[in-house]
Design a protein around this ligand. Structure first.
Ligand SMILES: C[S@@+](CC[C@H](N)C(=O)[O-])C[C@H]1O[C@@H](n2cnc3c(N)ncnc32)[C@H](O)[C@@H]1O
Ligand SMILES: O=C(O)C(=O)C[C@]1(C(=O)O)C=C[C@@H](O)C=C1
Length: 244
């Protein structure tokens, strides 16, 4: 079931563009979709492994929240070479979890992986040393984000790490326009047509709500993290390292 199908979900004109959802059609093409859509994704994934290796502590739990097909989960697992940890990977899309299970089975990592199909907002984070939110927080209601981050900070041991990757928004407008245009150039260079770009944009409009780097940093500090660093940025895609 390891499918590497090309993403052509938005290639033909649609009468009505429905809100984007992580359904079966998306899960089937997801590796291709995310690599061609998120500048830096292929760099961020192995670095999640490296960051995990540094911050994971023996006899703790590591979480991957919104794991999709498990790319970030497997990177974390390979970073857990020495530390004796349990990895808990969560996604609320059945289509994703079903496929993720298969990818985990094919992997030769040693750390045990517990896969859960549920809403990450309902999971109590406990005894944690590393938590990853790789392009997931952006999909939950803005009003739910502070509680989610507080739950993570409360569940992390002192010195523990949160890796938070997000599409971000910029003020002033000029900076936003430049970085957004470069993001669309990236998509075009990866073979997406203007129609695909514009239909996907409409599909994501009410679903993926980006915030500014400053908003993210302040909320992480307000949630109980002691430091926040932008360790990666490519255009309007950013990854933060927040330390408890
Ligand atoms: C962009 S994908 C994440 C990509 C993945 N972390 C990776 O590195 O390949 C976002 C994922 O978050 C999941 N998601 C969205 N809201 C969620 C929620 N409330 N609880 C759990 N998972 C959620 C979606 O089903 C989707 O699989
Ligand atoms: O902003 C876009 O156009 C995107 O495609 C981004 C993004 C993401 O950041 O998660 C949105 C949905 C898909 O999961 C893949 C990538």
């Amino acid at each position: 079931m390891v499918d590497q199908k090309p993403d052509n979900i938005y290639a033909s004109p649609l009468d009505r563009v429905a809100d984007f959802a992580f359904d079966d059609a998306v899960a089937r093409v997801f590796p291709d979709m995310i690599q061609r859509s998120v500048p830096g994704y292929t760099t961020i994934i192995p670095m999640i492994g490296l960051i995990t290796e540094r911050y994971a502590k023996p006899n703790t739990q590591c979480y991957d929240l919104g794991c999709s097909l498990g790319a970030s989960t497997l990177a974390m697992r390979h970073g857990l070479k020495k530390a004796q940890c349990t990895l808990i990977a969560i996604d609320n899309s059945e289509a994703m979890i079903k496929r993720c299970e298969h990818y985990i089975e094919l992997d030769n990592g040693v750390a045990p992986v517990e896969l859960r199909c549920c809403d990450m907002r309902e999971v109590a984070i406990e005894n944690a040393s590393v938590v990853t939110l790789n392009f997931t927080l952006q999909f939950i209601r803005q009003g739910d984000r502070p509680a989610m981050l507080k739950n993570i900070a409360n569940g992390l041991h002192s010195g523990g790490a949160l890796i938070l990757s997000e599409k971000v928004y910029f003020e002033p407008t000029e900076e936003q326009q430049t970085l957004e245009a470069l993001h669309y150039d990236f998509k075009r260079a990866n073979g997406y047509s203007d129609l695909e770009i514009s239909q996907k944009r409409s599909a994501l409009e009410q679903v993926l709500i980006p915030e500014t780097i400053e908003e993210h940093k302040q909320r992480l500090l307000d949630s109980g993290f002691s430091s926040v660093t932008v360790w990666y940025q490519c255009f309007n895609f950013v990854s933060f390292l927040a330390i408890k």
